[in-house]
Design a protein around this ligand. Structure first.
Ligand code: IPD
Length: 266
């Protein structure tokens, strides 16, 4: 059995190679391959190609492990370990030429269902900046050679928060109401369009907290481990109006409870 740190090293290596490919394809021009749940939820040829690269490297190096990725069919493994992969998180940014997108690779143990697995290691790579965020359970979160830690206290001016909105226009009114509830504790709010980077930035202390409804497993699997290993908290709440679209919150311990309560609402 590989150690968490060996799995982390593999995630880092593959995420970097995948990110280099994504960046090259972006510079060559991007074509829109299909639409997913809505017109805004696009998938590019590059998404598919990058996931295929990640999958084939994992298959070569860890043939017995399972796979859960955004762009291809899931596969159950025989080792109890599953790789949870978003080849290009922030696809809309990527398609529009906005450099806020990431490659997110996590490796988890247990049922391949969020909330039931234990994150072992993960990497979030930002191809446009070259920043590699990575973590292994019990060994901390790192950006390249620097150990990460969440902010202990937000500035007296308030918390710098981040959020995202799902691609389904029907959910936007609820998302905006959530923003209105949270704003009294914020100095400002960012919406950068890549959940894996939002979570990595909470781990790095660039954001004090982050909240969003409706993330998919591959959006948060690596980022949640980064936050926890950086001393922060990450949790989800299943809400009555749509239990299939949980709320996710990540923050340092000082503001986590108040952010969670405000985001959840009455
Ligand atoms: C999306 C991004 C976005 C978030 C959406 C995600 P994708 O991932 O992370 O920031 O608001 O909920 O689906 O589709 O670009 O990989």
């Amino acid at each position: 059995m590989a150690s968490e740190q060996q799995l982390e090293a593999l995630a880092v290596d593959i995420a970097r190679q995948a990110g280099v490919l994504a960046r090259r394809r972006r510079s060559e021009g991007v074509s829109i391959a299909a639409t997913k749940s809505s017109i805004a939820d696009i998938v590019t040829d590059a998404d598919r190609e990058v996931e295929a690269l990640i999958r084939s490297r994992l298959h070569a190096e860890r043939p017995g492990d399972g796979f859960l990725g955004e762009e291809s069919d899931a596969a159950q493994g025989t080792t109890g370990i599953t790789w949870v992969v978003d080849p290009i998180d922030g696809t809309v940014n990527y398609a529009y030429g906005i450099p806020a997108y990431g490659v997110s690779i996590a490796v988890v143990r247990g049922e391949a269902r969020p909330g039931e697995w234990e994150g072992l290691a993960g990497a979030v790579f930002s191809p446009a900046t070259g920043e590699m965020f990575h973590a292994a359970r019990g060994a901390g979160a790192w950006m390249d050679g620097t150990r990460l830690s969440v902010n202990e206290e937000p500035s007296p001016a308030g918390a710098l928060l981040a959020t995202g909105f799902g691609y389904d226009p029907a959910t936007h009114a609820g998302d905006l109401a959530r923003v209105a509830r949270v704003m009294p504790m914020a100095r400002d709010l960012r919406r950068i369009g890549a959940a894996s980077l939002d979570l990595a930035y909470v781990a790095a202390g660039r954001f004090d907290g982050y909240f969003e409804r409706g993330l998919q497993p591959w959006d948060h699997a690596a980022g949640a481990l980064l936050v926890e290993e950086a001393g922060g908290r990450f949790a989800r709440a299943y809400m009555e109006d749509n239990p299939g679209r949980p709320l996710f919150v990540a923050a340092g311990p000082a503001i986590f409870d108040s952010l969670f309560a405000a985001a959840l609402g009455p």
